[in-house]
Ligand binder design. Structure first.
Ligand code: G1P
Length: 286
Protein backbone atom coordinates (compact mmCIF):
# COMPACT_ATOMS: atom_id res chain seq x y z
CA UNK A 1 0.00 0.00 0.00
CA UNK A 2 2.73 2.49 1.03
CA UNK A 3 5.77 1.39 -0.96
CA UNK A 4 8.11 4.35 -0.52
CA UNK A 5 9.58 5.98 2.57
CA UNK A 6 11.62 9.17 2.86
CA UNK A 7 14.18 9.45 5.65
CA UNK A 8 15.85 12.87 6.05
CA UNK A 9 19.39 12.36 7.35
CA UNK A 10 21.33 15.37 6.10
CA UNK A 11 21.59 17.22 9.44
CA UNK A 12 24.95 18.13 10.96
CA UNK A 13 24.29 16.40 14.27
CA UNK A 14 25.86 19.30 16.15
CA UNK A 15 24.47 18.18 19.50
CA UNK A 16 26.47 14.97 19.24
CA UNK A 17 29.87 16.45 18.45
CA UNK A 18 32.53 15.14 18.60
CA UNK A 19 30.86 11.71 18.08
CA UNK A 20 29.17 13.02 14.92
CA UNK A 21 32.36 14.43 13.39
CA UNK A 22 33.29 11.39 11.30
CA UNK A 23 30.23 9.24 11.98
CA UNK A 24 26.79 10.50 10.99
CA UNK A 25 24.73 10.91 14.16
CA UNK A 26 22.09 8.58 12.64
CA UNK A 27 24.74 5.84 12.63
CA UNK A 28 25.41 6.09 16.38
CA UNK A 29 24.21 2.86 17.98
CA UNK A 30 21.46 2.27 20.49
CA UNK A 31 23.01 -0.90 22.01
CA UNK A 32 24.30 -2.62 18.85
CA UNK A 33 22.18 -1.17 16.07
CA UNK A 34 22.52 2.25 14.43
CA UNK A 35 19.65 4.56 15.29
CA UNK A 36 18.79 4.84 11.59
CA UNK A 37 18.27 1.09 11.22
CA UNK A 38 15.39 1.13 13.71
CA UNK A 39 13.48 3.52 11.42
CA UNK A 40 14.43 1.57 8.27
CA UNK A 41 13.14 -1.65 9.85
CA UNK A 42 9.92 0.08 10.90
CA UNK A 43 9.37 1.12 7.27
CA UNK A 44 10.18 -2.31 5.85
CA UNK A 45 7.82 -3.94 8.34
CA UNK A 46 4.81 -2.15 6.82
CA UNK A 47 5.79 -3.26 3.31
CA UNK A 48 7.93 -0.36 2.08
CA UNK A 49 10.08 -1.42 -0.88
CA UNK A 50 12.01 1.77 -1.59
CA UNK A 51 13.86 3.80 1.02
CA UNK A 52 14.86 7.30 -0.01
CA UNK A 53 17.56 8.83 2.16
CA UNK A 54 17.92 12.59 1.89
CA UNK A 55 21.53 12.81 2.86
CA UNK A 56 24.73 14.81 2.45
CA UNK A 57 28.04 14.19 0.72
CA UNK A 58 29.80 13.38 3.95
CA UNK A 59 27.63 10.46 4.99
CA UNK A 60 29.02 7.56 2.95
CA UNK A 61 28.86 5.18 5.89
CA UNK A 62 25.04 5.19 5.63
CA UNK A 63 25.25 3.87 2.07
CA UNK A 64 27.83 1.30 3.10
CA UNK A 65 25.71 0.15 6.01
CA UNK A 66 22.72 -0.77 3.85
CA UNK A 67 24.81 -2.53 1.19
CA UNK A 68 25.58 -6.23 1.35
CA UNK A 69 29.07 -6.81 2.76
CA UNK A 70 30.22 -10.03 1.08
CA UNK A 71 33.82 -9.77 2.19
CA UNK A 72 32.93 -9.60 5.88
CA UNK A 73 30.36 -12.39 5.38
CA UNK A 74 33.11 -14.66 4.00
CA UNK A 75 35.37 -13.81 6.91
CA UNK A 76 32.59 -14.65 9.39
CA UNK A 77 31.99 -18.01 7.66
CA UNK A 78 35.72 -18.84 7.71
CA UNK A 79 35.99 -18.07 11.40
CA UNK A 80 32.93 -20.16 12.31
CA UNK A 81 30.69 -17.18 13.14
CA UNK A 82 27.80 -17.97 10.82
CA UNK A 83 25.29 -16.88 13.47
CA UNK A 84 26.20 -13.27 12.81
CA UNK A 85 25.45 -13.39 9.08
CA UNK A 86 21.83 -12.30 9.44
CA UNK A 87 22.92 -9.35 11.56
CA UNK A 88 25.52 -8.36 8.99
CA UNK A 89 23.39 -8.70 5.87
CA UNK A 90 19.73 -8.90 6.94
CA UNK A 91 17.69 -10.81 4.35
CA UNK A 92 14.96 -8.16 4.36
CA UNK A 93 17.42 -5.54 3.06
CA UNK A 94 18.19 -7.54 -0.09
CA UNK A 95 14.73 -6.81 -1.56
CA UNK A 96 14.82 -3.10 -0.78
CA UNK A 97 15.87 -0.40 -3.20
CA UNK A 98 17.85 2.25 -1.34
CA UNK A 99 18.14 5.72 -2.91
CA UNK A 100 20.52 8.44 -1.78
CA UNK A 101 19.77 12.05 -2.67
CA UNK A 102 22.04 14.85 -1.55
CA UNK A 103 20.54 17.88 0.14
CA UNK A 104 23.40 20.28 -0.45
CA UNK A 105 22.06 23.21 1.57
CA UNK A 106 20.64 22.99 5.08
CA UNK A 107 17.26 24.39 4.04
CA UNK A 108 15.11 22.52 6.51
CA UNK A 109 12.87 19.46 6.76
CA UNK A 110 10.39 20.65 4.13
CA UNK A 111 13.18 21.12 1.60
CA UNK A 112 14.55 17.66 2.47
CA UNK A 113 11.20 15.98 1.77
CA UNK A 114 10.79 17.97 -1.46
CA UNK A 115 14.05 16.41 -2.70
CA UNK A 116 12.19 13.07 -2.91
CA UNK A 117 9.50 14.39 -5.28
CA UNK A 118 10.79 12.76 -8.47
CA UNK A 119 11.31 9.31 -6.98
CA UNK A 120 8.03 9.33 -5.10
CA UNK A 121 5.95 10.47 -8.09
CA UNK A 122 2.17 10.24 -7.60
CA UNK A 123 2.17 7.65 -4.83
CA UNK A 124 1.34 8.23 -1.19
CA UNK A 125 4.49 7.82 0.88
CA UNK A 126 5.84 7.73 4.42
CA UNK A 127 8.27 10.11 6.09
CA UNK A 128 10.26 8.90 9.08
CA UNK A 129 12.47 11.16 11.17
CA UNK A 130 15.07 8.72 12.49
CA UNK A 131 15.80 10.81 15.61
CA UNK A 132 12.45 9.70 16.97
CA UNK A 133 12.61 6.10 18.13
CA UNK A 134 9.32 4.38 18.87
CA UNK A 135 8.83 1.21 20.88
CA UNK A 136 5.38 -0.34 20.78
CA UNK A 137 3.67 -3.63 20.03
CA UNK A 138 2.16 -2.16 16.89
CA UNK A 139 4.73 0.15 15.33
CA UNK A 140 4.03 3.85 15.00
CA UNK A 141 3.97 3.59 11.20
CA UNK A 142 1.55 0.62 11.35
CA UNK A 143 -0.76 2.73 13.49
CA UNK A 144 -0.66 5.47 10.83
CA UNK A 145 -1.35 2.96 8.06
CA UNK A 146 -4.36 1.75 9.96
CA UNK A 147 -5.79 5.27 9.90
CA UNK A 148 -4.70 5.89 6.30
CA UNK A 149 -6.63 2.80 5.16
CA UNK A 150 -9.80 4.27 6.63
CA UNK A 151 -9.35 7.91 5.64
CA UNK A 152 -7.23 7.79 2.47
CA UNK A 153 -5.80 11.10 3.62
CA UNK A 154 -2.43 12.30 4.86
CA UNK A 155 -1.94 11.13 8.45
CA UNK A 156 0.50 12.43 11.04
CA UNK A 157 1.57 10.75 14.27
CA UNK A 158 1.04 12.92 17.35
CA UNK A 159 1.51 12.61 21.07
CA UNK A 160 0.79 14.71 24.14
CA UNK A 161 3.62 16.93 25.33
CA UNK A 162 3.95 18.96 28.51
CA UNK A 163 3.97 22.74 28.46
CA UNK A 164 7.71 23.13 29.09
CA UNK A 165 8.58 21.16 25.98
CA UNK A 166 5.79 22.04 23.55
CA UNK A 167 7.94 24.77 21.87
CA UNK A 168 10.18 22.04 20.39
CA UNK A 169 7.45 20.58 18.17
CA UNK A 170 4.85 21.13 15.50
CA UNK A 171 1.55 21.50 17.37
CA UNK A 172 -1.95 20.86 16.01
CA UNK A 173 -5.23 22.59 16.56
CA UNK A 174 -7.47 19.54 16.82
CA UNK A 175 -10.86 19.37 15.12
CA UNK A 176 -13.51 16.66 15.25
CA UNK A 177 -12.79 12.96 15.70
CA UNK A 178 -13.05 10.91 12.52
CA UNK A 179 -12.61 7.14 12.63
CA UNK A 180 -9.84 6.64 15.19
CA UNK A 181 -8.11 9.92 14.37
CA UNK A 182 -8.38 13.68 14.83
CA UNK A 183 -9.07 15.95 11.90
CA UNK A 184 -6.41 18.68 11.94
CA UNK A 185 -7.84 22.21 11.78
CA UNK A 186 -4.52 23.98 11.90
CA UNK A 187 -0.88 23.32 12.69
CA UNK A 188 1.94 25.56 13.85
CA UNK A 189 5.67 24.90 14.00
CA UNK A 190 7.36 25.32 17.38
CA UNK A 191 4.97 27.79 19.03
CA UNK A 192 5.74 29.50 22.34
CA UNK A 193 4.08 27.60 25.21
CA UNK A 194 1.36 30.22 25.69
CA UNK A 195 0.60 30.37 21.96
CA UNK A 196 0.33 26.61 21.41
CA UNK A 197 -3.16 25.67 20.18
CA UNK A 198 -3.10 22.40 22.18
CA UNK A 199 -0.78 19.97 23.92
CA UNK A 200 -0.87 17.63 20.90
CA UNK A 201 2.49 17.61 19.15
CA UNK A 202 3.74 16.08 15.92
CA UNK A 203 6.16 13.22 16.37
CA UNK A 204 8.42 12.02 13.60
CA UNK A 205 6.21 9.77 11.46
CA UNK A 206 3.98 10.92 8.62
CA UNK A 207 2.05 9.48 5.67
CA UNK A 208 1.45 11.95 2.86
CA UNK A 209 -0.49 11.95 -0.36
CA UNK A 210 1.70 13.29 -3.18
CA UNK A 211 -0.23 16.58 -3.05
CA UNK A 212 2.13 17.64 -0.25
CA UNK A 213 4.81 18.30 -2.90
CA UNK A 214 2.73 21.10 -4.49
CA UNK A 215 2.43 22.71 -1.09
CA UNK A 216 6.11 22.26 -0.30
CA UNK A 217 6.97 23.97 -3.56
CA UNK A 218 4.74 26.89 -2.64
CA UNK A 219 6.14 27.19 0.90
CA UNK A 220 8.44 30.12 1.63
CA UNK A 221 11.49 30.14 3.84
CA UNK A 222 10.64 30.88 7.47
CA UNK A 223 12.42 33.38 9.74
CA UNK A 224 15.24 30.95 10.40
CA UNK A 225 15.84 30.44 6.66
CA UNK A 226 14.26 26.98 6.48
CA UNK A 227 11.37 25.48 4.55
CA UNK A 228 9.20 23.88 7.20
CA UNK A 229 7.26 20.69 6.52
CA UNK A 230 4.71 21.96 9.06
CA UNK A 231 4.04 25.08 6.93
CA UNK A 232 3.35 22.87 3.90
CA UNK A 233 0.96 20.74 5.98
CA UNK A 234 -0.80 23.93 7.14
CA UNK A 235 -1.35 24.82 3.49
CA UNK A 236 -2.33 21.24 2.49
CA UNK A 237 -5.16 21.35 5.04
CA UNK A 238 -6.93 23.98 2.89
CA UNK A 239 -7.03 21.49 -0.01
CA UNK A 240 -7.36 18.05 1.51
CA UNK A 241 -8.17 16.50 4.87
CA UNK A 242 -5.17 15.76 7.09
CA UNK A 243 -5.61 13.53 10.13
CA UNK A 244 -3.59 13.13 13.29
CA UNK A 245 -3.30 9.73 14.92
CA UNK A 246 -2.51 9.67 18.63
CA UNK A 247 0.46 7.33 18.89
CA UNK A 248 0.06 4.51 21.39
CA UNK A 249 3.44 3.44 22.74
CA UNK A 250 6.78 4.72 23.99
CA UNK A 251 8.77 7.41 22.20
CA UNK A 252 12.38 8.48 22.65
CA UNK A 253 13.77 11.71 21.25
CA UNK A 254 17.22 10.49 20.25
CA UNK A 255 18.09 13.89 18.79
CA UNK A 256 18.94 14.95 22.35
CA UNK A 257 21.57 13.40 24.60
CA UNK A 258 18.98 12.81 27.31
CA UNK A 259 16.63 10.95 24.94
CA UNK A 260 19.49 8.99 23.41
CA UNK A 261 20.68 7.74 26.80
CA UNK A 262 17.08 7.07 27.88
CA UNK A 263 16.51 4.92 24.77
CA UNK A 264 19.79 3.10 25.38
CA UNK A 265 18.81 2.23 28.95
CA UNK A 266 15.23 1.29 28.01
CA UNK A 267 16.36 -1.01 25.22
CA UNK A 268 19.17 -2.50 27.29
CA UNK A 269 16.61 -3.46 29.92
CA UNK A 270 14.63 -5.27 27.20
CA UNK A 271 17.61 -7.09 25.73
CA UNK A 272 17.63 -10.60 27.22
CA UNK A 273 21.37 -10.99 26.77
CA UNK A 274 22.22 -8.02 29.03
CA UNK A 275 19.08 -6.90 30.88
CA UNK A 276 19.87 -8.59 34.21
CA UNK A 277 23.40 -7.17 34.34
CA UNK A 278 22.30 -3.71 33.30
CA UNK A 279 19.54 -3.59 35.88
CA UNK A 280 22.08 -4.67 38.54
CA UNK A 281 24.52 -1.98 37.41
CA UNK A 282 21.81 0.70 37.51
CA UNK A 283 20.82 -0.33 41.05
CA UNK A 284 24.47 -0.22 42.15
CA UNK A 285 24.97 3.25 40.70
CA UNK A 286 21.82 4.60 42.36
C1 G1P B 1 10.68 18.28 13.37
C2 G1P B 1 9.40 18.96 12.90
C3 G1P B 1 8.43 19.17 14.06
C4 G1P B 1 8.17 17.84 14.75
C5 G1P B 1 9.50 17.19 15.19
C6 G1P B 1 9.26 15.79 15.73
O1 G1P B 1 11.37 19.18 14.21
O2 G1P B 1 9.74 20.18 12.28
O3 G1P B 1 7.23 19.71 13.58
O4 G1P B 1 7.33 18.05 15.86
O5 G1P B 1 10.40 17.08 14.08
O6 G1P B 1 10.43 15.25 16.22
P1 G1P B 1 12.94 18.94 14.59
O7 G1P B 1 12.94 18.00 15.75
O8 G1P B 1 13.61 18.40 13.38
O9 G1P B 1 13.45 20.30 14.98
Amino acid sequence: MIKKAVLPVAGLGTRFLPASKATPKEMLPIIDKPLLQYAVEEAIEIGVEEIIFITSNEKHSIEKHFQENIDMANRLIKSGKKDYLEKLNPKVFSDIKFHYINQNNQNGLGDAVLHAKEIVGDDSFAVLLPDDLFISNISCLSQLIDTYKKTNSSVIAVNKIDKENIHKYGVINPGIKEHDAILIEDIIEKPKADEAPSDIAVCGRYIFTSLIFDHLEATNFDKSGEIQLTDAIKSLINNQKVHARLYDGEKFDCGSKKGFVHATIALALRDNSISKDISKIIKEII
